[in-house]
Design a protein around this ligand. Structure first.
Ligand code: MN
Length: 501
């Protein structure tokens, strides 16, 4: 569903006429070689298209406008091989709506110490040319990513690659559509927010649909379609006898498959990339969607439970950022704690809706009663999650701004098998530890719902927040609670003033 190879970033090199044709020809040849090299770099998932050496305000404005119009272009990479007087960039950068990255690099890696002459000096000027360009970015208060280092270095390519993933997620969000089946879980605060402001700031629209609209799609599913769908379940999961043909839960499974097919048809037809459900409004649905949500997420849909549209859109953005990488991303909830011996840990799970992309092995397909909501037993996939680094991210509406909050965590094995727990689950230790991380998270107003990922990192999310121009806060191994609380106070002041800057 998500293929980043469809996208490209444009590589634009700045210069001026003073250098003469021969130097500009060399600048173009170097730039072409660099763009091709970056395009083939393992760490960069999108194409890098060289779009020429620009030497006049008109050419700069023109390439920026073309970038805005090109649907495949998710962002622009700028680099000043030589000196490009930056007043020439004002009109172009004023009109540019796509994200941009300033690559502060140089064609040559080494100084030719014993051979260096003024010809070399005049050609390789990015050390000061990029400073002139940097000034205009800062003077215009433009959000942008700055990457420093030799273009062939793996860390530079990784930083560029991470930004292209964030830029792709941003591109996906522009015009993106989130469907809400029913409204918010009644009286819950953190899942609410200003949908108009979200569309202005973040680009996606959020609209509600009566569950009855969805039920029409569910009722239109044919028995033959259900049979085929159950065949897929049998291939992909471990399935007990009770759910199989003639088993006592077989009708339950058929209903779950019908709900999945109906939701899929609704979302496909409407062009949605994310959706929410709420167990308080299931009128006409026999079960709370379980396996349906788990499988739709695994196909790249964003999801939020209890009407949580901000998390649904965030999970979708994280799905785009992590596309093609090994590992998964899911809707998640901090569910319950281990405060006992062997370290303080979080058990993350939800009533049903954890994405199968984070399973450590073939999931087990099971049906059990739902302890809340009073509906029929829903089918769900049950699994554990493999150990290793991960993140939890949340997006909050603070009233005058959106705040993204990220906690780096380490997934660990459960102390003992949890054989009686009928839902997918993951155990993690937050960084730097649960005491500091949860203290900081709560001080920042972080939600109980998150986007959890073993592929998307704090860097991807920070780049995304920078592109969006929203507040970004991270909790990691360096976090100190009293410093973090000061950052919250400073940010409150900054965002109160920022509109005037
Ligand atoms: Mn929840």
């Amino acid at each position: 569903m998500i293929n980043l190879k469809e996208f490209e970033v444009w590589f634009v090199t700045g210069s001026q006429h003073l250098y003469g044709d021969e130097t500009l020809r060399q600048v173009a040849a170097h730039s072409r070689e660099m763009a091709e090299g970056l395009s083939q770099a393992r760490g960069i998932p999108v194409r890098v298209e060289f779009k020429g050496v620009v030497t006049t305000p008109e050419a700069i404005h023109d390439v920026c406008q073309q970038a805005d119009r090109e649907p495949k272009c998710v962002g622009v990479v700028t680099w000043m091989h030589t000196f490009s007087p930056a007043k020439m960039w004002i009109a172009g950068l004023t009109s540019l709506r796509k994200p941009f990255l300033h690559l502060h690099t140089q064609y040559n890696k080494e100084l030719p110490w014993s051979e260096i002459d003024m010809d070399f000096m005049n050609l390789n000027q990015s050390a000061h040319g990029d400073r002139e360009f940097g000034f205009i970015g800062s003077r215009m208060r433009l959000n942008r990513k700055i990457v420093v280092g030799h273009w062939k270095d793996e860390d530079v390519q990784a930083e560029l690659g991470a930004w292209t993933r964030a830029a792709s997620a941003w591109h996906d969000a522009q015009g993106g559509k989130v469907a809400r089946f029913g409204d918010n879980m009644r009286d819950v605060a953190v899942t609410e927010g200003d949908k108009v402001e979200a569309q202005i700031r973040l680009g996606y629209s959020v609209n509600g649909y009566g569950v009855g609209e969805l039920v029409k799609y569910v009722e239109a599913v044919t028995p033959a379609q259900i049979d085929a769908q159950i065949g897929r379940y049998m291939d992909e999961y471990t399935v007990g006898d009770a759910l199989r043909k003639d088993g006592k839960q077989n009708l339950t499974l058929r209903e779950s498959a019908r709900i999945e097919l109906g939701m899929r048809a609704f979302l496909t037809e409407g062009g949605f990339h994310a959706f929410t459900t709420t167990f308080e409004d299931l009128t006409g649905l026999v079960q709370l969607p379980g396996i349906a949500v788990q499988r739709l997420m695994a196909d790249g849909y964003g999801f939020g439970a209890e009407g949580d549209w901000k998390t649904a859109a965030l999970v979708r953005a994280m799905k785009v950022m992590g596309a093609g990488l090994t590992g998964g991303t899911s809707f998640m909830e901090d569910y319950t704690y281990h405060f006992g011996g062997n370290g303080m840990k979080v058990l993350g799970a939800h009533m049903l809706e954890v994405c199968a992309s984070i399973a450590d092995a073939k999931p087990s397909l099971e049906a059990h009663p739902l302890s809340i909501g009073g509906k029929a037993d829903p089918a769900r996939l049950v699994f554990n999650v493999g150990s290793g680094p991960a993140v939890n991210a949340t997006l909050l509406d603070m009233g005058n701004r959106f705040r993204m909050l990220v906690n780096e965590v380490d997934v660990v094995p459960p102390d003992l098998p949890m054989g009686k727990l009928p839902v997918a689950r993951v155990v993690w230790i937050p960084r730097p530890d649960l005491k500091v991380a949860a203290g900081a998270w709560i001080a920042a107003g972080g939600a109980h719902h998150t986007g959890f990922s073993q592929v998307v990192t704090r860097k991807h999310l920070e780049d995304f927040a920078e592109i969006a121009g929203i507040e970004f806060l991270a909790i990691g191994k360096e976090t100190n609670l009293s410093e973090f609380r000061k950052e919250l106070r400073w940010n409150d002041m900054y965002y109160a003033l920022a509109r005037g800057l």
